[in-house]
Design a protein around this ligand. Structure first.
Ligand code: ADP
Ligand code: MG
Length: 659
């Protein structure tokens, strides 16, 4: 089904970027920093790195690096470019994302997440390997991209031979240029077609339901040749609900039309395809394949807004929401929240309908809410996220004062202070704000501070073998599988793994039993475990243990003594500790927030709840739930710093808990 090589080359040559190839290369030769602006789909991501390579930038053994704010995008575009160049992925074209490196010594064009490039500065302060960096999708303003901007601003004067190319959809480009002292902006000319915007007349109460109605109406009242449908949803859950619901509805209509009782379970004229980050790469790539004689309906997250371009879209349905990471300094945690999109986002999404011809965009929100409720631009991540990890990394790179570091937009002072406080409580910073020995070691792990601390303390306490497993298991998506039609059966299977005092130890137990069963896929299936997640945990474990060996951090086993493991879990989570208050309610020690143990926890229903617990995550739904919970001794908590909270942190009841 894949297009032939000749066909692909023809497609390349028809892209707007290709038409200005020599002008692009000239302006890059003439300047150290260039900002490139172009409509989505003009060929920035797939062509620029190839142009640079063809112009000889790799000849002296240097690499061309291209950053993406999203893992899915890094994988997907690398795969596409490898196909265009005519090589296997990992050969001349490769990618690197956290815990997954598909590059080799032959690699010349390396796609990666911006977070990976940021980490590379730890081992190579001058970034000697590269002579070109393309910072793609810079308009997304991810935290790592913004931090990289600051680092590059300092680096460029000592690396005169390094080219920096910043690409952006139309928004923000001026500010990037100003940030780099008036760097030239080059706009790739491109034609877009008019898109008719249709607002909802009434506010929509259930956007999944409304989407299903709108999509089936569009499908049934427009001939298939008129074009495909792209739907924007917030995440995996509502994407799956939309796909299922749409299919059911169309089957229902079909069977009524044919005047039959038995419903056709197949739809012959439509292909409904989801795309979100947890999907395996091969399934993700399906959205690009043509569907002859069928209408393609792609149901996507924000990834399709600018990162990936799907050709042939005529209709867009925009639910008007996005899932964003939002930091709540009072709770001290990031959480994913569904929030209204910005006006800029809404316009990008609509624009996807006008790439190949005139299109229509259906917005499931009213015109009033567009003007009254939406921000003009999405708030950059740096202003709405926990900065602990970033501050730790920057300290390690020698940046002491984030307020004096060059940034396009500064973070709120409150989140700097609260992140510094977090780092101090885990012991990464001393009383003078300098990195401790522990902090330096923590900074070299690609993990959140609480997890890297657990690992390091475990090494000192003689249980790093076990902690490696726990940390790896915490770094993958859900391992327990709970199919809707077999909930009871799967819940029962899960309890067989329970270690009553700890979900962390339950995860350790799952992994140990999987290993004892020769890492079998069939065993996972029988026990309602996600084989893919466990496999991934295994691969992460290999990489983390290699990193520990490289740093001469000892890997030792505590055998059957699991209390020592709980102590180490406590050492990293002292920040996330709670005390029992009432029958089954907890209060967070740091700020008195009321919490409940999630029903999926091993502690739930195991008799009396323990007086003190630490937890890995908090879910903000109708209740505040804590998940992945471990019982601890209050004495351990005092040893690991929680006592300081009561002494030094006053809880102000008036403080705003909102966004
Ligand atoms: P930009 O970065 O300017 O938004 P891209 O370089 O991503 O543009 O896309 C250029 C063209 O390549 C688009 O027409 C897009 O549809 C096509 N394309 C990108 N990835 C794939 C893929 N995996 N399969 C097929 N076509 C693709
Ligand atoms: Mg792109």
């Amino acid at each position: 089904t894949a297009a032939s090589f000749a066909e692909i080359q023809r497609m390349r040559k028809s892209l707007p970027a290709y038409k200005v190839r020599s002008e692009l290369l000239q302006i890059i030769r003439d300047h150290q920093v260039v900002i490139i602006i172009g409509e989505t789909g003009s060929g920035k991501t797939t062509q620029l790195a190839q142009f640079l390579k063809e112009d000889g930038y790799c000849n002296d053994g240097h690499l061309i690096g291209c950053t993406q704010p999203r893992r899915v995008a890094a994988m997907s575009v690398a795969t596409r470019v490898a196909l265009e160049v005519g090589v296997e992925i990992g050969d001349e074209v490769g990618y690197s994302i956290r815990f997954e490196d598909k590059t080799s010594w032959r690699t010349k064009i390396k796609f990666m997440t911006d977070g990976i490039l940021l980490r590379e500065f730890v081992t190579s302060k001058m970034l000697e390997k590269y002579n070109c960096i393309i910072m793609d999708e810079a308009h997304e303003r991810s935290l790592s991209t913004d931090i990289l901007f600051g680092i590059f601003k300092n680096l460029l004067s000592s690396r005169k031979d390094l080219k920096l190319i910043v690409t952006s959809a139309t928004m923000n480009a001026n500010r990037f240029s100003q940030f780099f002292g008036g760097a030239p902006m080059f706009t790739i000319p491109g034609r877009t077609h008019p898109v008719q915007i249709v607002f909802s007349r009434q506010p929509v109460s259930d956007y999944v339901e409304s989407t299903i109605l709108q999509a089936s109406k569009l499908h049934l009242s427009n001939p298939i040749e008129s074009g495909d449908i792209l739907i924007f949803m917030t995440g995996q859950e509502d994407i799956e609900a939309t796909c299922e619901g749409l299919k059911e509805r169309l089957i229902d209509i079909n069977s009524k039309k044919k005047n039959r009782n038995s419903a056709d379970s197949e739809l012959s004229d439509i292909e409904i395809l989801p795309i979100y980050s947890a999907l395996p790469a091969d399934v993700q790539n399906k959205v690009f394949e043509p569907t002859p004689n069928k209408r393609k309906v792609v149901v996507a997250t924000n990834i399709a807004e600018t990162s990936l371009t799907i050709d042939g879209i005529k209709f867009v349905i925009d639910c008007g929401y996005v899932k964003l990471k939002v930091y709540n300094p009072q709770i001290g945690l990031d959480s994913l929240q569904i929030v209204p999109i910005s006006m800029a986002s809404a316009n990008q999404r609509s624009g996807r309908a006008g790439r190949t011809g005139p299109g229509v965009a259906y917005r499931l929100f009213t015109e009033d809410s567009y003007f009254d409720d939406m921000y003009v631009q999405t708030i950059p991540e740096i202003q709405r996220t926990n900065l602990s990890n970033t501050i730790l990394l920057l300290r390690h790179l020698g940046v002491r004062d984030l307020m004096a570091f060059p940034l396009i937009d500064p973070p709120p002072e409150q989140s700097i202070i609260s992140s510094l406080f977090d780092l101090w409580t885990v012991g990464a910073l001393d009383n003078f704000g300098a990195l401790t020995k522990l902090g330096i070691q923590m900074a070299s792990f690609p993990l959140q501070p609480s997890l890297s601390k657990m690992l390091l303390i475990a090494s000192q306490s003689g249980c790093s073998e076990e902690m490696l497993t726990i940390v790896s298991m915490l770094s993958v998506p859900q391992v327990f599988y709970r199919p809707r039609e077999r909930e009871e059966e799967s819940d029962q299977a899960r309890t067989r793994f329970f270690v009553p005092e700890s979900d962390h130890l339950t995860l350790l137990n799952v992994y140990a039993q999987w290993k004892a069963n020769s890492y079998s896929a069939g065993w996972c299936k029988r026990n309602f475990l996600q084989y893919k997640s466990l496999q991934r945990a295994k691969s992460i474990r290999v990489q983390l243990s290699a990193l520990m060996q490289k740093k001469s951090i000892s890997i030792v086993s505590s055998g059957t003594d699991w209390d020592v493991i709980r102590k180490c879990i406590c050492s990293g989570s002292a920040d996330q500790a709670a005390r029992l208050s009432g029958l089954n309610k907890y209060v967070q020690l740091r700020n008195g927030l009321e919490l409940r143990v999630h029903p999926a926890s091993a502690l739930f229903g195991a008799g009396d709840l323990p007086s003190y617990v630490v937890y890995h995550e908090m879910l903000l739904t109708s209740n505040e739930y804590i998940n992945v919970v471990t019982a601890v001794d209050p004495l351990w908590l005092m040893n690991y710093g929680v006592v300081y909270y009561n002494a030094s942190r006053r809880v102000d009841e008036e403080e705003d808990v909102g966004l």
